[in-house]
Design a protein around this ligand. Structure first.
Ligand code: PEP
Ligand code: MG
Length: 319
């Protein structure tokens, strides 16, 4: 039975009526990538590099990072891999990072904000990633972007790193794709401006829900309100998908919502084709997709129809 499950997991996610989907994995280590591969992941949509920086006394060196990223790529046997640059702060506290006490860590120095204030550390990571890009198909992704200037600065630093490598005759892929997490609500209004600077968007519904609904994702006092199926969150997701299409950006979704089978049905109807989730969910989500019939003009389906579907999803989610 287990063997059959894995054979099935490897089958592609193509709907009944021939629409192709990409089902990717969220991982936190090279070891988890092995599990992703056997579960039929068609790549890694989110590698959370912060775990490489946790539970130690100082930041990992360039060589150490290089060997971990290489192991990750090897474990995925050449499939495409999206590596998120350090997303520290918020819930993930690392003493040696020197962030100090903050009243509202989720609204504080985290993600790309931290990296842009700690450029040597950021450059070390980018350098390791660029070196990996010479041999493997990787994309890099900036977390917690909230303003256009952050992307301009991060890309400028990336180009500096690439110029240094070039001078040293160290190979890298100069066409490596760069993207951002969509998880700070302000980005919803910035996509056309950002489109010139990046290649892809990845919707992080965990933080997008937290920031859009003003709900601490970790606070059990309010967890009953916390749902990525809130109409405002789903409307935001729909907006991002539409703007991505209009601006020629690839789009995927990597929050917890991606492994909700009802959400798969709804999101497929509003045009989403790339999902990234924790590995154990992959075989079942692929199966759900194989049983779907996609209305060919989903992007044009009326708002009414969309909210009717939403109603179904909401009731089946809460029961
Ligand atoms: C998210 O915010 O939705 C996300 C995928 O990233 P993380 O859970 O690591 O914050
Ligand atoms: Mg996040």
């Amino acid at each position: 039975v287990i063997k059959e499950r894995f054979i099935k997991a490897k089958q592609p996610a193509i709907s009944n009526d021939g629409v192709e989907f990409k089902i990717l994995a969220n991982v936190s280590s090279p070891k988890e990538a092995k599990l992703a591969f056997v579960n039929g992941a068609e790549g890694i949509g989110l590698y959370r590099t912060e775990f490489l920086f946790m539970n130690r006394e100082s930041a990992p060196s360039e060589e150490e990072q290089y060997s971990v990223y290489k192991q990750l790529c090897e474990n995925m046997k050449g499939l495409p891999i999206t590596i998120r640059t350090l997303d520290i702060g918020g819930d993930k506290h690392i003493p040696y990072m020197g962030i100090g006490e903050e009243n509202n860590p989720f609204l504080g120095l985290r993600g790309i904000r931290y990296c842009l204030q700690n450029i040597p550390l950021f450059k070390t990571q980018l350098r390791a990633l660029c070196r990996i890009s010479a041999a493997y198909q990787i994309k890099i992704m900036y977390p917690m972007v909230g303003i256009v200037e952050e992307v301009l600065s991060a890309n400028k630093i990336l180009r500096e790193v690439q110029n240094d490598l070039k001078k040293q005759n160290i190979p890298f892929d100069k066409n490596m794709q760069v993207g951002i997490m969509v998880e700070v609500p302000s980005v919803l209004f910035l996509i056309p401006q950002l489109a010139k600077e990046i290649n892809f968007l990845s919707i992080g519904t965990n933080d997008l829900t937290q920031y859009l609904l003003a709900l601490d994702r970790e606070n059990t006092n309010v967890s009953k309100y916390f749902s990525a199926l809130h109409p405002a969150v789903l409307s935001a997701v729909q907006t991002v998908i539409k703007l991505a299409k209009e601006n020629n950006l690839e789009v995927s979704l990597c929050g917890e919502l991606a492994r909700n089978q009802n959400a798969t049905k709804l999101l497929s109807r509003i045009g989403l084709r790339n999902f990234s989730m924790s590995s154990p969910a992959i075989p079942d989500i692929k199966e759900v997709i194989r049983n779907l019939s996609i209305n060919k003009d989903t992007m044009n389906s009326s708002v009414n129809e969309y909210f009717t579907t939403l109603g179904d999803v909401k009731s089946s989610f809460s029961s």
